[in-house]
Write a new protein. Sequence first.
Length: 310
Amino acid sequence: MRLRIDLAYDGSNFNGWAKQRHLRTVQGEIEAGLTQVLRLPAGDHFISAEHAGMSQYPWVPQLVVAGRTDTGVHAAHQVCHLDIPRETIEGCVGHLNSSPVQALEHRLQHVLPRDIALHRISVAAEGFDARFSALERTYIYRICDNLSVVDPRMRPFVLNIDGPLDIETMNVAAASIVGLHDFGSFARANPGGTTIRKVKYAHWERVSNSSSLERTQFYQAPILESGLVCFTIVADAFAHNMVRSLVNACLRVGLGKQDLEWFKDKVAQPVREGSTGPVAACGLSLEHVAYPPDNQLASRAQAIRAKRTL
């Protein structure tokens, strides 16, 4: 059976999503938790899923994720899937008065580290693929250009810069990336892949000092992001380093180090030349992954596997 796993994490102390030997990663921690709650033998058979056929064990867990996040990148909403034999998951129930899936969710929540939040485990709809069925992914990058306004509780998730930023000019730059483009100036392609992506939305805004919750008739608590500059970008998919490199290029325009023609030329001429490398990872967060209706999951996965062209 295929399970869908919805989760979030603070990426500060992770070496990205993808498991790596001797490094702490999100995937590695979740799979270690699965090893524990499913009472599987620990060892290389769990790490090397590509060599499953060579293993003495009949089943090797392998998480497939909607979007691999880099070292230091956070996720408010990440999605992955796991194929698991029914008899394996049934062993999770024990004394719990719940279904096998609910039992797995309950037990896994209690063994994962505090910088991973397991929101839900559910039986995936037919045709669901966490990576290829996704319609779009939303990222937000958070920046502070005025140290007197930042809430210290947000510091691990915010990039501090010497501002102020010209938000209006940055939005003119951002408007030029909406649509289908080759983002070769801002990203690296995977082997056999391309840097062609379709951006649906890209916008900069300064968060106002508004209230998120009225605690009493005398006081309204401001939201944690008050005063921050946030870049929201939505696309069907993202190439490696694409979001952080676009943020860096927009910052160069917003700080007056480059003009709009320079930025638009980077979009028109997809050539990586060093001045559009990725900005620091700390401010970036995967906020949401959207999927089509259940009856369109399989067709979406099939269509997105095709190599893109302009």
